[in-house]
Design a protein around this ligand. Structure first.
Ligand code: SAH
Length: 458
């Protein structure tokens, strides 16, 4: 086999100009057309880099020295930004982040979806893009006898302590630090991955932005939790905002956070919160959008694109705990939600009751199986909303949508690449993408959420 020829070799030191950013936010420099991905480089900046890894059609590098810096650059406000890896764009001004996300959506739609003419609106950002997260889940470790709570150092199993996260609600940070001290006081041992011993694996805190309530979840290896009563009492006495203390038991050797068994130790089984005027009961394990302020912006856009008059039958595929369904139900005749996780559908039914909504029905199952079955039984929808996970919609579902001939499809996506792929399939089936609205749900990270309006062409 011929040895591959690349313009640079490992450990080469070269001068470059960054031209672009990857979807993960790394700088892209080219040497004789060969792209090298370099964290922390911004378009327009000149730097000296060291090549760390060389592959056939691209390589990786690191910056040794900057010659010039971009006006879009700023000092990352977080002191652990580099070690943590949870945020990728803190070295860019927020304005530049929003422009980057807009460009990325536009380019991906053109490249993967061949949708050059689609209107991509400027990204809807936050006026205050900090402390937006309502959920914090931190692994617990031990250092010199004390407990540490924080995050795994990149590419390692070492836990770095973190007292404060700039994108997290203060309430969650405070409660997690408090619970850590209380667990320490009662001699709770941290779980050790290598030996599969110890008790406390993770502490999870969830905050209801409107209700100001906090749910604490202690994830333990064993059902036994020494001094359980005292720990629980200390937590709710120290933190009156905590309305719910839950234990989840995960006895497995795994990096999945939650186990199968959940017990209420004290207070409510659910955390309550509102999006707009709709109330939601969220159980410890259910998916709930992490940025409630921007979720409202996203759902309002989905509702606007659905353009309902009150006469429509609507399908909400991938409905989770029924969040979008209940939003749509206010303006539709009937909404049918489909979701694969049974507990989420239990929550969805509870949430419908909680809001006195009667024009919704929820089904457990795969969207790509349930919706085709409905179609065969003659159930069709005027409007279909989809909000799939990162891998996008199953082709079976897309084919059924095309066969159902709804007037409109509203596609909510957390991955522009799979969105673009799916829009092209719908396009070939007679559905034209009219416009796309990106919403910044995750400031300072490279993630971008998009809401797309698709109409059936005559
Ligand atoms: N619309 C909801 C949830 C979106 S997240 C909200 O905004 O809160 C995507 C959801 O799709 C998750 O709840 C996940 O459990 C569900 N899901 C994943 N694969 C699925 C499939 N094949 N069929 C139906 N639901 C699925």
């Amino acid at each position: 086999m011929a040895k591959l020829e690349t313009p640079v070799k490992k450990n080469d030191i070269v001068d470059v100009v960054f031209e672009d950013l990857t979807s993960e936010g790394a700088g892209v420099a080219k040497v004789d057309g060969y792209p090298i991905f370099v964290p922390n480089g911004l378009p327009g900046e000149e730097a000296q880099i060291k090549v760390l890894k060389v592959k056939k059609s691209y390589g990786y590098g690191k910056i040794l020295e900057f010659y010039t810096k971009s006006p879009d650059r700023m000092e990352p406000p977080c002191s652990i930004y580099k070690q943590c890896g949870g945020c990728q764009l803190q070295h860019m001004t927020y304005e530049a982040q929003l422009k980057f996300k807009h460009k990325q959506v536009k380019e991906v739609l053109a490249r993967i979806g061949k949708l050059e003419d689609v209107i991509v609106h400027p990204v809807l950002g936050m006026s205050d893009p900090w402390k937006y997260r309502n959920k914090s889940q931190v692994p617990i470790g031990e250092r010199e006898g004390g407990l540490v709570a924080g995050f795994y150092q990149e590419r390692s199993h070492r836990i770095i302590n973190m007292d404060h996260c700039l994108i997290q609600a203060d309430e969650n940070d405070r409660v997690i630090q408090g619970v850590k001290r209380i667990a320490e006081k009662y001699g709770i041992k941290a779980y050790n991955e290598e030996t599969h011993t110890g008790t406390l694996r993770h502490i999870v805190a969830r905050y209801g932005r409107k209700t100001k309530d906090v749910m604490v979840v202690l994830i333990t290896r064993t059902e036994e939790l020494p001094n359980r009563k005292k720990i629980v009492e200390d937590i709710h006495k120290s933190f009156p905002e905590v309305k719910s203390i839950i234990q989840n038991i995960n006895p497995k050797r795994t990096n999945v956070i939650f186990g199968e068994q959940t017990k209420v130790l004290w207070g409510d089984e659910y955390l309550y919160d509102f999006i707009g005027d709709i109330k939601f009961a969220i159980s410890a394990r259910s998916f709930y959008q992490v940025n409630p302020e921007q979720t409202k912006v996203l759902y309002d856009k989905a509702l606007e694109y659905a353009n309902l008059s009150g006469e429509e039958t609507v399908i909400d595929a991938y409905c989770g705990i029924g969040t979008i369904s209940l939003f749509l139900a206010k303006k539709a005749k009937m909404v049918y939600g489909v979701e694969i996780v049974p507990e989420a559908i239990e929550d969805a039914n509870r949430n419908a009751k909680l809001n006195g909504t009667t024009n919704v029905g929820f089904a457990v199952g795969k969207a790509e199986e349930v919706i085709p079955a409905w179609h065969e039984q003659g159930i069709n929808a005027d409007v279909i909303v989809v909000d799939p996970p990162r891998k996008g919609c199953d082709s079976e579902l897309l084919n059924t949508i095309i066969a159902m001939k709804p007037k409109r499809v509203v596609y909510v996506s957390c991955n522009p690449a799979t969105l673009a792929r799916d829009l092209q399939i719908l396009d070939a089936g007679g559905f034209k993408t009219i416009e796309v609205q990106p919403v910044d749900m995750f400031p300072h990270t490279a993630h971008v959420e998009v809401c797309a309006l698709i109409e059936r062409s005559k």
